[in-house]
Design a protein around this ligand. Sequence first.
Ligand code: FES
Length: 371
Amino acid sequence: MSTFTEETRLRAREIIARYPADRSRSALLPLLHLVQSEEGYVSPAGVEFCAEVLGLNKAQVGAVATFYTMYKRKPTGEYLVSVCTNTMCDVLGGQKVYDALAEHLGVGHEETTADGKITLEHAECLAACDYGPVMTVNYDFFDNVEPQGALDVVEELRAGGRPMPTRGARLCTLKEMAVQLAGFADERDGAVADGGPGEPSLRGLRLAEQHGVSVPGFDPKTPIRSKAEADRAAAEAKAKAEAAKPAPAPEPAKAAEQVLPEAATGSTAPDVKAPDAKSPQVRTAETRQPDAATAVPDAPGTKIPVDGPPPVPRDAQAAEAAGTAANPPAGDGKPAGDAAGAQERNLKEAEAGTGADGADPADANGSGVRK
Ligand code: FES
């Protein structure tokens, strides 16, 4: 087992506890970001860590980690510079930006400069076509970028500066960004309030304002608060509500209410509760309110049911007990259905650096046969 820091382990527990008890496998994506935040990429040790805490095997984790481009499979620079060379950006000059950077930095796709500062990559549409050509640094945007502007940005980064992106929060390192992608707040002072949306993104809002279309009660100037600010505001609101609570009714009035409730409320209708449309699983998840100290009920050895028809609403506790009874962990601590031979082979390949690290997503069942 790899040696990740205690902080990473606590965060892993917090991530897993965010999900319903029989859905802990859903924590895999943020967990992969978490291990990337410590090592700078998803190493074989990171794959092993995720597999162990979720009760999966390494081939299953490797299949996911190799599918998404945001999980890096080899050490990556402090700043990941992604240049969109997809159709819209390419037409607008994206390839010229990429070529200029590749020549200036002396690196190609997914290669890192010798000083370990910059990794360059092609990107396939960064979902900002209206700002093309675009480049991101650790997923923060530089819009309408030109070759010289891109070179200026990387030179400032290599000199130790942190240029402001066109939109969004100030730049951080790739490891710091991975912490945020794992679902933890950016705690730098004022980071959440940095930057603002670009005009093309606000076009719909402007048109709505122009035509008098609005959502009742919504103020578009509502600031986005950091977690600390939101917590403080919630505590203040709670204290205010407590202070505004009416004093308890004097005893005689209480007695009158008990004798004639309809006279007190003005209604003779029976007290009917509104139907609860949420499923018991959602209710259970909502009431867990986990933190780092919350026990993880189902890892390792969790077996997750495959997708099927939506569950019939049941009492939350009965549903959880039935789920546990129907999904006992396999005797070897691995999910049922994985042949022991295949697991052994996955293990050897991962240790040799050819398995989980180079796992083939088409061979996620460990059979050795591509689908
Ligand atoms: S084509 Fe470049 S952001 Fe969409």
